[in-house]
Ligand binder design. Structure first.
Ligand code: UQ1
Length: 450
């Protein structure tokens, strides 16, 4: 086993050699498209929450000159995805939650508005969809992951049909359809689903349900004390056995569900939609069907094909990193964070606030031939809107162990939904995200970065 320091030096030597290599390689393969090779000290794949935070935090260290760092992302828009739940609840406009990606990238960074097609980690370069290559000394892999609407039969068609009462807060195109379909419902069955498997922000499928519950209750359309006489009936159909993965918060959320008369369909995994019928798979293979008048669907999610099929992935398709240093397990000059990394914690923007400073610190230390520090403890957070302008601020680390910022500061229990947390979620987090986080100046519970 090489020491970190030796491995880093080798990686740097190899990639210095590789920097001259791509031209020869491209000539040899006679690529039909014009293929150029560019060198950067750091290449960051992804311009989402993780990619922009990493790139700008690296710049802030003062250790990089103009165009030392490159950002690669094919997107036109950068989205504040945590806000889409609020759009579903009618509390935000989706247009206010996106910005042109190019405008968010500091001019000292080199922006490639393109897709990465392949990774060549042995030779320290990535290939873009126009055939050109970017070589690097250090690579950060943070392209997010894929929300697979086609994983549920009939879902893409139902989402695209404006007359179908089927929506999802998991995309820009469909998050406002959620609020529209909730507003139109005057009576009948509303079903909110959550799949088996990893999703972005595992609390979001029920956050949107609690916001809809609140709307219908205030409109006199929902009576939880008398569900059989209530015009609207609500069911939460989840592929999982509990309301939430962390027992402390799950207990509280199940208590709320019972108090509010919401039906719990546990271990019910939505597999298809046909007209107004939803079909669920049970763990024993049995199929259960339910009629709905409104359906909020959450599809399965997973790594992008260009990650899954790359040498960087583990058997599950996510980038294989050390859980504490965020360094790739095999390639010592590759780092990963955000939704694409195989970290055993919930995938959220809050998790990214804690992961990025670890990547930045370790990447810079690696360039200075120092060992990587194991500082990531799995911190993540899920500000769970529970209706009535309140939020249950779940914060936890690896193993589902609570790690509550305000609990530690003020001795309060964050499993209790609170109004102050609602305003953090609705107003403070979007503000601090736009003004500081994407600019590399926000480290979540650790505060601002100078
Ligand atoms: C956070 O920093 C953040 O990013 C702006 C969020 O975004 C959506 C969050 O949900 C949370 C919980 C944090 C963490 C910050 C504090 C102060 C708990």
């Amino acid at each position: 086993m090489l020491s970190n320091r030796a491995a880093c030096r080798i990686a740097q030597t190899v990639c210095t050699a590789a920097r001259t290599a791509p031209t020869a390689r491209n000539l040899a393969t006679a690529a039909p498209v014009a293929s150029a090779a560019r060198n950067h000290k750091v290449v960051v794949v992804g311009g989402g929450s993780a990619g922009l935070s990493v790139s700008h935090q690296l710049l802030r260290t003062g250790k990089f000159a103009k165009e030392d760092i490159a950002v690669v992302d094919p997107a036109e828009w950068h989205h504040y995805q945590p806000g889409w739940t609020l759009v579903g609840g009618g509390l935000k406009k989706k247009e206010d939650l996106r910005q042109p990606l190019a405008g968010l990238i500091d001019p000292k960074l080199k922006f490639y508005n393109q897709k990465v097609t392949t990774f060549s980690p042995q030779e320290n370069f990535v290939t873009l969809d126009n055939g050109s290559t970017l070589s690097y000394e250090q690579l950060v892999v943070a392209p997010g992951f894929n929300v697979d609407f086609a994983s549920i039969k009939g879902l893409p068609e139902a989402l695209a049909d404006s007359s179908a009462p089927v929506s999802s807060i998991y995309s820009y195109d469909t998050c406002d359809k959620a609020f529209n379909s909730f507003s139109k419902l005057k009576k009948g069955n509303a079903i909110f689903t959550q799949p088996v498997g990893i999703v972005k922000c595992a609390g979001a499928p029920q956050k949107v349900m609690w916001l809809a519950w609140d709307m219908w209750k205030r409109a006199g359309l929902y009576d939880g004390s008398n569900p059989s006489n209530s015009p609207i009936h609500i069911a939460f159909a989840t592929g999982l056995p509990t309301m939430f993965g962390v027992p402390k918060y799950s207990v509280k959320l199940d208590e709320l569900r019972r108090e509010r008369g919401i039906e719990g369909l546990f271990q019910h995994d939505l597999v298809s939609i046909d007209g107004n019928t939803a079909t669920f798979a049970r763990p024993d293979g049995e199929k259960v069907t339910r009629k709905f008048d409104v359906l909020h669907a959450v599809p399965k999610m997973g790594p992008h094909a260009f990650i899954k099929n790359s040498p960087l992935a583990d058997q599950t398709g996510y980038v294989d990193v050390d859980q504490a240093t965020l360094r790739h397990k095999k390639y010592e000059n590759i780092w990963s964070c955000g939704d694409t990394a195989n970290l055993a914690t919930s995938k959220t923007a809050a998790a990214i606030t804690a992961q990025v400073p670890v990547v930045v610190n370790n990447l810079v230390r690696c360039m200075e031939s120092k060992h990587a520090e194991p500082h990531y403890d799995g911190y993540t957070s899920c500000p769970l809107t529970t209706g009535e302008n309140k939020v249950l601020l779940a914060e936890f680390k690896y193993g589902g162990v609570p790690k509550e910022t305000f609990g530690q500061m003020f001795g309060i229990d964050q499993a209790k939904p609170r109004r102050a947390f609602f305003y953090l979620k609705k107003d403070f987090f979007p503000w601090v995200y736009n003004k500081y986080m994407v600019k590399g100046a926000w480290a979540g519970p650790k505060g601002f970065i100078r």
